[in-house]
Design a protein around this ligand. Structure first.
Ligand SMILES: Cc1cc2nc3c(=O)[nH]c(=O)nc-3n(C[C@H](O)[C@H](O)[C@H](O)COP(=O)(O)OP(=O)(O)OC[C@H]3O[C@@H](n4cnc5c(N)ncnc54)[C@H](O)[C@@H]3O)c2cc1C
Length: 383
């Protein structure tokens, strides 16, 4: 009889990769398949921040921010070679957010996550500390730190670690069908192979409901909203190694972040789309990002300065709020309606992938054999 895996994971983005690593390291037998390159989808189209998400405080998402700040510490610790803390500066604009509100937010941001190696926030005289970068009217700024990471490498390092613990990883191999045959999940792959597993995990990111409907033939309980976020890459716009958090009059924020020595990364937008495949920046988004930068920087940019663009799709759980207010937290849908466990993973952030994996394994523990270890991924470095 062919091997029966403990877990089969559909999708090798950061969530699938983190889960494969955690489970394999606990001694479970794991198989993961991705229809494309590992980490080649949403997990390489992010803003590349391991962050608490300062702006989520405005939506009272204290639990998410606390967990994310703790994870910022842990992930920086286990992946220092691909991450670094960088200062972010919010130029003060009294008409958008009062100083006391930003300072209160930063106080919470400094303290919600507990003890940290990341420097605390402070108020800056921009005219003295960063002359000639911003327009004269921006005299005061608020500085805080977050961690920049190579998102695709983070995913690949998780897969490398999973492989070390004997996980089977299949790239460029779409899951065509998954069904229960004689009380076991049988997964049909594009290359014609069939793989058996006790538990099925759907970590297919923005394709989650498509995978459920077309490949597993189960109707989703959760409605999702697909929200496109786009970035511009330009030649480096200024020398100092600092990022800016620009507040727009629509209350959204835009980051300008030093990127790969010679470039600046500008993002992101939020535009609702119908399909997970539709991910090119539009003319309107390009103009929005350029205008946001030109409202603040002395150096004015235009389309001619754009070196590259990329967009990704956030699969957000529908809660009928405007896009910027929909939660970035993950939601699990553990489905046993066909008699065997199927875990669907909705939403989430790069930052919380490790916690997500721990929580998933805890929720699935009653369906899995006893493992040799408990939680371990916070301690072992990724390399
Ligand atoms: C614009 C933008 C900016 C963001 N910025 C940040 C940030 O700065 N910090 C942060 O913490 N988070 C950020 N996020 C969120 C973060 O990027 C995502 O939460 C995370 O990458 C999602 O990972 P995932 O594994 O769920 O999805 P994905 O990375 O999309 O992985 C899903 C995988 O499933 C595969 N797949 C789909 N269907 C099948 C199938 N039938 N068979 C096999 N494989 C299949 C796909 O090929 C894909 O590789 C951002 C998101 C966006 C869109």
């Amino acid at each position: 009889m062919s091997k029966v895996f403990d877990l089969f994971i559909i999708g090798g983005g950061i969530n699938g990769a983190g889960l494969a690593r955690d489970a394999a390291g606990r001694g479970l037998s794991v198989c993961l398949a991705d229809k494309g390159e590992i980490g080649g989808a949403t997990s390489s189209w992010s803003t590349k921040l391991i962050h608490g998400g300062l702006r989520y405080l405005e939506n009272y998402e204290f639990k998410l921010v606390r967990e994310s700040l703790r994870e910022r510490e842990t992930i920086y610790n286990i992946a220092k070679q691909i991450s670094k803390p960088i200062p972010f500066i919010i130029p003060y604009v009294d008409k958008i957010r009062p100083a006391w509100l930003i300072q209160m937010g930063l106080f919470l941001y400094d303290n919600l996550g507990g003890k940290t190696m990341i420097p605390k926030s402070k108020t800056l005289n921009l005219t003295k500390k960063l002359p000639n970068i911003l327009k004269e009217k921006y005299k005061t700024g608020f500085q805080y730190y977050d961690v920049q990471i190579d998102d695709k490498k983070l995913t690949k390092l998780n897969i490398k670690s999973a492989k070390k613990y004997k996980a089977k990883i299949l790239e460029y191999n779409k899951v065509k069908k998954a069904e229960i045959v004689e009380n076991i999940w049988v997964v049909n792959l594009e290359n014609g192979k069939k793989i058996k597993s006790k538990v099925l995990i759907n970590a297919s990111g923005p394709w989650i409901n498509e995978t459920l409907k077309k490949n597993i033939k189960i109707k989703s309980k959760n409605k999702i909203r697909l929200v496109k976020g786009s970035h511009l890459i330009t030649k480096k716009l200024y020398k100092p190694d600092v990022a800016f958090t620009f507040q727009n009059t629509d209350k959204r924020i835009i980051f300008v972040i030093p990127y790969k020595e010679k470039f600046s990364l500008i993002g992101t937008t939020e535009v609702e789309v119908k399909s997970p495949e539709n991910k090119k920046i539009s003319e309107k988004e390009t103009v929005y990002l350029i205008n946001s930068v030109n409202n603040y920087l002395k150096k004015q940019i235009s389309k001619k300065d754009i070196v590259e663009t990329y967009s990704g799709i956030r699969p957000l759980i529908e809660d009928f709020n405007e896009a910027s207010k929909v939660t970035r937290d993950y939601v699990f849908d553990l489905n046993t309606q066909k008699g065997l466990p199927l875990l669907n993973i909705y939403g989430g952030k790069l930052t919380t992938y490790r916690k997500l994996a721990e929580k998933a394994l805890s929720d699935l523990s009653k369906f899995l054999p006893k493992t040799r270890k408990g939680k371990w991924t916070h301690k072992e470095k990724l390399f």
